[in-house]
Design a protein around this ligand. Structure first.
Ligand code: 4AD
Ligand code: MG
Length: 463
């Protein structure tokens, strides 16, 4: 018999009174000597399906291996439930035990494990309510992202993961090589001879698909990337991963204002989509982790983001009378404490901070007329800090060259990028949304390790 997903069993009222087949993992079993109740979950929804085993039909012995974590196929009549807490249940007629889960050994035998404990059991944690909910929200958000751009005529561009250039210029790249570390080939000068490496040059995992994204935008008009990016920054914070996913739209003919408009519309669309399609999971996460979650999500949806130049932001911080751990003065890179002061205390709304000092931003950002700031835009969110980083791009060949020289970026890596400015250059803009930071915001979780199935952080690459 074909099985029905539990989410559909709950949705399709016409199934009541018919025979159905459900498959899943046992969450709990309880009952008395007349009847046993099994809560079955198949991952399709936060809600468990109740299976009723009448002990006139089944013996204790039949059921003794039906323990938490074991996997079942059950066939029976779907009926309206008499009990509280569920609308329908299956009156079991037959079942097959796919696999047992020894209660002595199964790590999720008990409920109520801490998130820290579950991080150690990342291979199994998606079987818990919490991680099931988070991963369903994550998947739904990914779909919303593709839908948003598709509806607006953007093309999905796949940019390379292995690259020879450092887009952000921060030097935080993971090297890719097939050379033997114990026997590196050397040039006559005694340097490592990368020409003998697999790609014939020094290569790394990408920190951003933007530079290739710009090649796409200056051909296709509007593109977006959505893929993994890698950063070897040794920051063990609740908001940084060494492998994270980023969405990077890049648009020809967009200036910084168009870019901000798109960024705001985009995150609001994603949040709205999740609220509409993940109501049960969000309600669960709200109840267990973050009592203000839905309220905060609606608040972001319903309010315009503040748009504020960096210089103004610095002034507000200086005049706040607040003692920050990192002192504030014009030219500093904002720390999380500064971002959160602006967003959570001063404006009490998301803030798009623009026109940062050029010295703290990447080489490709458009220089303002003042010669010392660039047309950058960071979107700052409550509880998260920076969720988006972007800019209008420097479209002028000479000015871009100037920045490349100023920063001593090796030209041999950049000729192809500069060609966009040599041949039919256009004003263009783009930004990058950190996918996990969006998932953090929408789920109300507080540690980025809990919103990606298999987190990669310093000293941690298990599974
Ligand atoms: O601000 P970033 O470094 O910008 C770029 O990479 C640009 N090339 C984007 C563009 O204009 N196309 O990173 C963009 C976003 C950040 O705002 C943050 O949300 C996220 O990526 N991010 C991280 N997320 C998790 N772990 C990390 N280590 C992250 N670093 C950045
Ligand atoms: Mg940034």
């Amino acid at each position: 018999m074909k099985h029905t997903k539990i989410v559909d069993i709950f949705k399709q009222s016409e199934l009541v009174g018919t025979k159905v087949c459900a498959k899943g993992w046992v969450r709990t079993r309880r009952g008395n000597k007349y009847v046993q109740f099994v809560a079955l979950n198949d991952g399709s929804t936060i809600h468990n399906l109740q299976i009723v085993f009448d002990l006139q039909k089944f013996s204790d012995d039949d059921l003794k291996l039906v323990t938490t974590g074991s996997s079942l196929c059950v066939v029976g009549q779907l009926v309206e439930s008499q009990g509280r807490g569920q609308s329908v249940e299956i009156q079991a007629e037959s079942f097959e035990l796919y696999g047992t889960a020894d209660p002595e050994a199964y790590p999720l035998q008990k409920k109520g494990h801490t998130l820290e404990f579950l991080r150690e059991k990342a291979h199994l944690r998606m079987r818990t309510n919490t991680f099931g909910a988070v991963m369903r929200v994550r998947s739904t958000l990914a779909f919303a992202i593709h839908r948003f751009f598709n509806e607006r005529g953007f093309f999905y561009l796949n940019t390379p993961l292995i690259t020879a250039s450092d887009c952000e210029g921060a030097g935080e790249m993971f090297q890719v090589t097939t050379l033997d570390p114990n026997n590196m080939p050397r040039t006559e000068e005694g340097e490592i001879d990368w020409a003998q490496d697999f790609f014939g040059k020094f290569t790394s995992l990408t920190v951003s698909g933007q530079l290739e994204g710009e090649l796409g935008a200056t051909a296709l008009g509007s593109i977006y990337t959505f893929g993994p990016t890698f950063r070897a920054e040794n920051s063990n914070t609740p908001r940084h991963l060494a492998e994270f996913w980023m969405i990077e739209p890049e648009m020809a003919f967009y200036d910084i204002t168009d870019n901000m408009d798109l960024a705001e519309e985009f995150v609001k669309y994603c949040i709205g989509y999740a609220l509409e399609h993940c109501a049960d999971d969000i309600a669960f996460l709200e109840e267990h982790f973050d009592k203000e979650l839905t309220q905060r999500l609606h608040f972001v949806l319903e309010n315009d983001f503040v748009r504020l130049p960096y210089t103004e932001g610095i002034r507000i911080l200086e005049e706040s009378g607040r003692k920050f751990e990192f002192p504030v003065k014009w030219g500093i890179d904002l720390q999380s404490e500064h971002e959160r002061y602006l967003v959570e205390e001063h404006f009490k709304r998301p803030v798009i901070l623009t026109d940062y000092p050029k010295d703290i931003k990447a080489f490709y950002m458009k220089l303002n007329d003042d010669g010392r700031t660039v047309r950058a835009m960071d979107v700052l969110f409550p509880k998260i800090g920076e969720i988006i980083g972007g800019s209008e791009r420097e479209a002028d060949y000479d000015k871009l060259m100037g920045r490349i020289e100023e920063l001593h970026i090796p030209m041999k890596d950049m000729w192809w990028y500069l060609d966009t400015r040599r041949f039919g250059t256009v004003p263009h803009s783009g930004f990058g949304l950190g996918f996990e930071r969006l998932v953090l915001f929408v789920t109300g979780m507080t540690n980025i390790r809990d919103v990606i199935p298999f987190p990669r952080t310093p000293k941690n690459a298990e599974f």
